[in-house]
Design a protein around this ligand. Structure first.
Ligand code: IMP
Length: 428
């Protein structure tokens, strides 16, 4: 299959960045199709650490990188991220970075609203505070400013007026000062020359690349359980994070996404609020957090940690059409004497094999666990299947059985080369 779509199969932070970086080697084009700079991808290459939020991970390997129309773009952040990477010796220019001209912008008013709402809320979502939700609200409300508008002062002025008229009562209600249209216009016009060179009809370029036989890697952000439709609503992000969005968020047809690779952490984590049936509040939970260095790349918040939830990942496999998974951070389980895997839930005395949609039901679930022997040897840095302790192999095999998808790749450390390839997604 020519194209591969990489998505997080849990609540994000599964280690997508490393896998995308690794797979970039085999791809010609890397595309982001949803989310914004709420994502945090850490790539470790030798002794260099690259932290990306908005740029497709392909930029590090000099691949043609596309920020698709489904992404909400904070242009000032984008400029900053390009500068940081250039400072680390990664050349970025409009020849290899393309920004969809129909992508919507995240503006300072969106960040203000996101943060003020979270501060005022009694029932917080625990957002990244980067304006993602309010920007998507304006997109579906048909009043957003898009990349192409930056080239049209007249359109920009009219759009700003309309947008600020909508935001004025919201800001007032939250005690925020009124936003000044002239200031916003001046800020946008001052920034435009730095952004417009990257702007193109990305769908057109992508279609040409596919026709020319190029291999495309779609890079998902966040995770399937944070999807605005299929996730643990309302404790979700504001975009569709499932693999199907790769088509709509890039402008390629429904066959475009190709092989769907789900990235799955060998245990479970989540940041922010919301249900988490296998969450651990004991020493094991702390252990996972410390050994797994479970701190958010974007916000620096500690991630909540828990046992592997096979019911949840099974649901993700179905929602995304996952053909195979990349299992990450198995080494974090090294040394634990016994491990638990959640195979399903009990709800009101009944067995249930999926996460129900209602919040009350979600909160009332009791996980059903299967206990497995841990391993004393190390899996860290293993580069072949034979290097793994027998109990680790058993754990991986059981996961495959329970979720109904095979392991295509196993990642055994943050290092690019500590990856065991079982089957090549680009060949499958
Ligand atoms: P937002 O995307 O900033 O609106 O945040 C909504 C929810 O998604 C919060 O629970 C965030 O913690 C979560 N979230 C957003 N981006 C990521 C990510 O890249 N990894 C994990 N969680 C995320």
């Amino acid at each position: 299959m020519a194209n591969v779509t990489v998505i997080g199969a849990q609540w994000g932070d599964e280690g997508k960045g490393k896998l995308v970086d690794w797979l970039s080697n085999r791809a010609d084009v890397v595309v982001r199709f949803q989310g914004g700079h709420n994502a945090g991808h850490t790539l470790v290459v030798g002794n260099q650490v690259y932290k990306l939020s908005l740029l497709p991970s392909g930029v590090v390997q000099g691949k043609l990188s596309i920020i698709g129309n489904g992404v909400v773009v904070d242009p000032w952040h984008l400029i900053g991220e390009i500068e940081t990477l250039r400072g680390q010796g990664v050349p970025i220019d409009p020849g290899m970075l393309v920004l969809a001209d129909n992508a919507c912008l995240i503006l300072p008013i969106h960040r203000d609203l996101d943060q003020a709402r979270e501060a005022a809320a009694t029932n917080k979502i625990g957002t990244t505070g980067r304006g993602i939700g309010p920007a998507y609200e304006d997109k579906v409300g048909r009043r957003a400013i898009r990349v192409a508008d930056l080239a049209d002062r007249e359109a920009l002025e009219a759009k700003i007026d309309r947008l600020l008229a909508h935001h004025a009562p919201l800001r007032r209600g939250l005690g925020l000062p009124e936003a000044d249209p002239a200031t916003l216009l001046a800020e946008l016009l001052a920034m435009a020359p730095q952004i417009l060179p990257y702007a193109q009809p990305a769908w057109l370029l992508l279609g040409e690349q596919v026709k020319a036989g190029k291999r495309v890697l779609f890079e998902g952000a966040q995770g399937a359980l944070l999807d605005v439709d299929h996730g643990t609503y309302p404790y979700v992000t504001s975009s569709n994070t499932v693999a199907g969005q790769a088509a709509a968020g890039s402008g390629l047809g429904p066959k475009g996404p190709g092989y769907v690779l789900g990235i799955v952490k060998a245990y479970t984590t989540r940041v922010g609020e919301g249900p988490f049936p296998t969450e651990l509040f004991d020493e094991v939970g702390k252990h996972l957090g410390v050994v797994g260095r479970e701190v958010g790349t974007v916000t620096g918040r500690s991630r909540r940690c828990g046992w592997f939830d096979a019911a949840l990942v099974r649901q993700s496999v179905a929602l995304n059409g996952i053909a195979g998974i990349a299992l990450t951070k198995l080494d974090v389980l090294d040394g634990l004497p016994s491990l638990k895997i959640c195979t399903g839930y009990r709800l009101d005395g009944q067995d249930i094999g999926y996460l129900p949609a209602g919040l009350k039901a979600q909160a009332a679930l009791t996980p059903v666990y299967e206990e497995m022997e841990g391993w004393s040897g190390t899996t860290q840095g293993a580069r072949t299947w034979k290097d793994l302790p027998a109990s680790a192999v058993k754990y991986v095999r059981r996961i495959e059985e329970l979720i109904g998808a095979p392991v295509a790749l196993l990642s055994t450390s943050p290092e690019r080369d500590d990856t065991i390839l079982m089957r090549d997604p680009f060949q499958d």
